[in-house]
Ligand binder design. Structure first.
Ligand SMILES: [Zn+2]
Ligand SMILES: [Zn+2]
Length: 167
């Protein structure tokens, strides 16, 4: 992935941390690990690196292929899933339910922070955005329902700016 496009913010607010350049998500994630004292084993770090390389989310089997290509050894799926669970638990990656795929997050936001994924169905690029207006309405909605939200993830499928311009 050589794309250096900026994520598309929701109209009312940009994401505080704009990981436009490849590698920025990894740098931010590694800084976060150091700050939180999270120990990354080489295999966990490799998964994080692979996910941070592009703006397209990767599925577990794509990760297995990439690890095999990089190391010459095919990892067992369970070891990949363990690494993914660890990275998810530590807020270093996100899972896109609609794609069953994962992507790196270097934003260091709280796990409960509502986030919106803008998923381009044409190029597969995913931008992570958040919005204070959205945050407030979800909080109001949950409190009216006496509901305690754990994760708040919205997945919006469509066409990104670059693909719209090319069509
Ligand atoms: Zn995130
Ligand atoms: Zn696109």
């Amino acid at each position: 992935m050589t794309s250096l496009r900026s994520p598309q913010p929701l109209p009312d607010e940009r994401h505080p941390c704009d990981h436009a350049a490849d590698g920025a998500a990894l740098d931010a994630a590694l800084t976060l690990c150091r700050r939180e004292g999270v120990a990354l084993t080489p295999s966990r770090r490799r998964i994080l690196e692979l996910l941070a390389q592009g703006r397209r989310p990767l599925g577990a089997y794509e990760l297995i292929d990439k690890v095999a290509a990089a190391t010459g050894k095919r990892p067992a799926p369970i070891s990949i899933y363990r690494a993914l669970d660890f990275l998810l638990e530590n807020g270093l990656i996100h899972r896109l339910a609609s794609r069953n795929a994962y992507l790196a997050c270097g934003h260091g936001h709280a796990r409960e922070t509502p986030i919106v994924f803008l998923i381009c169905e044409s190029c597969g690029e995913v931008a992570e955005a958040d919005s204070s207006a959205l945050r407030a309405s979800i909080a109001a909605l949950a409190s009216e329902a006496h509901f305690a939200p754990r994760t708040q993830v919205m997945e919006v499928a469509g066409v990104c700016r670059a693909c719209a311009a090319n069509s």
